[in-house]
Structure formats: C-alpha cells, structure tokens
Design a protein around this ligand. Sequence first.
Ligand code: AMP
Ligand code: MN
Ligand code: MN
Ligand code: MN
Length: 277
Amino acid sequence: MTHVYDLHCHSTASDGAFSPEAVVIRAQQQGVTSLALTDHDTVAGLAAANKTADSIGLNFIPGIELSSNWQNHCLHIVGLGIDPTYQPLVEITDHLQTLRYERSEKMAAKLEKKRIFGALEAVQAAAGDGMITRTHFADFLLSQKHVDTHQEAFDRYLGQGKSAFVPTIWPEVEEVVKWITGAGGIAVIAHPLRYKLSAKYIKRLLAEFKLYGGKGIEVITSRISQDEIRLITKYAQEYELAGSVGSDFHNDTNPYVELGLIAQLPANITPVWELLS
Ligand code: AMP
Ligand code: MN
Ligand code: MN
Ligand code: MN
C-alpha cells in the first residue's frame, strides 16, 4: 500500500471551514493515509480528529501551527507529533487565544474608523470557540461586499501595514521550538518561501532554527513550483533538515488546494515522518 502524507491543514478550531472530524474524513476520501491537523495556535481540534481517525483507520499525527516572531517577521512553525496535554503548550495556546481576541478588538476598531461596522460580532460568531484569525475578517469583508476577493481584503485592509493591520507580539521562534520539542514534537518551518526573506536571511534563520532544536522544513506545499522545490531541497540538505509535506488545506474554494493533492517529497532528503515515532 502506498502512503500518502499530508502534514499541514486547518479545521474550524482555527481558520478552516470544516470541523476536525470532517477534515479527517475528507482526507481519507482524498487518499491520504497519514494526516496531521495543524490549526493556528491551538490544539482544540486534535482530540476529535484523533477519535475520528481511529474509527476509520487513518493514521493521525497531532499537530499545531504556531505563530512566532523572528527578526520582526511572523513565521509559522508547525509542530508534529506533539502531546496536546503538555502544560507549557496548553498555557501558551491559552495566552495566544487572549492575544488573538484582543487583536480582533483592535482590528475591528480600525475598521470602524473606515466606517466598516459589525466586524467584531461577525468574526466572533464565525470563530465560535476557535481561534479568531484574519481569515475570519477577510470572510466578513467579502460577505459584506467591502471587497470582491479574499486577496483584496488582505491587500486593502488586513495585510501587514494596511489600514486594519494590528502588529502582534508573537512568541520568539526560539521559545516556540522549545515548546514543540518539550511536547515531544518535531518543529518544522512552514512554507519557508512565503516570508519574503532574502537568501542570506533564510540561511541565518535555518542555522538558528537548528540551534534551537528545529528538525524540519516544509519542502512541499500546495501550488509550489519545481524551482521552489529545488531551492528548499537545497536548504534542507545544506542544513540537514528533514523534509515535510502539507497542503495547508483550509476550505473547498480552491480546487488546487486540497487534502493530499501535493507533490512527492524529493528522494534525496530525509522525510520528516522518519523522525516521528
Ligand atoms: P492570522 O494568523 O490571524 O494573522 O491569519 C493568518 C491567516 O490568514 C493565514 O494562515 C492564511 O490562512 C490567511 N492569509 C494570510 N495572508 C493571506 C493572503 N494574502 N491571502 C489570503 N489569505 C491570507
Ligand atoms: Mn490560515
Ligand atoms: Mn501558515
Ligand atoms: Mn497553515
């Protein structure tokens, strides 16, 4: 039997459209045999996803995607194979939930200055018990016809430096890697080319990340080019990082971003699942 890994996706516990149970079932329907659910800054969806995965015979890897700060860039660090009950991790996710709640209040206030009302109520209702994210704000702006596309919501209001952007003090990468490692997990740099770091900076980051105990880098994500795969593979080899693969699936609005619909990991790097016991 061939194994199909997807080690990065989202549920309603953060900014995904499907419940943890539904994500697991959809993953199996898409041919995935090993799935990690990696919601932003929360482990709230893992128990339900794990239970569903067990009941349908899918290999489940508990994960998280933590927001972090490195040199004034917000980097996403995926943790794979974490113990969701590890106390420091529970505490930091509680803190991040508060931080995200307070950020949403400030973002809504900024939107009100632009005469856009009702954002806070809408995003709170949409997020429910889950993490409030900028995706929820983009959904609101789109549904109220303030923008025509999700991308426009980020370009005009939500992106860094735009009118409703609120700078957030995320935990340092070093701490985030320690929490993941402390929870028995493997720390992986998510979508490394999305941060607009120069080659020199990426190399600095990888060297530091290794020093902190980071073990992996996401080589394969949705809609990645062969040139990008080659570049990240080179980094993985140079810094002896294991390669991860993940669709970063959120919802079913884009047919090119789907669970399991991702390229194969190049053969010349260590797959991150070899590090997962
Ligand atoms: P947050 O962690 O609350 O700042 O929200 C970040 C999330 O917003 C990311 O995980 C993406 O799902 C989404 N996002 C960020 N930038 C964009 C963009 N330019 N277009 C669409 N979605 C974006
Ligand atoms: Mn997201
Ligand atoms: Mn991300
Ligand atoms: Mn993600």
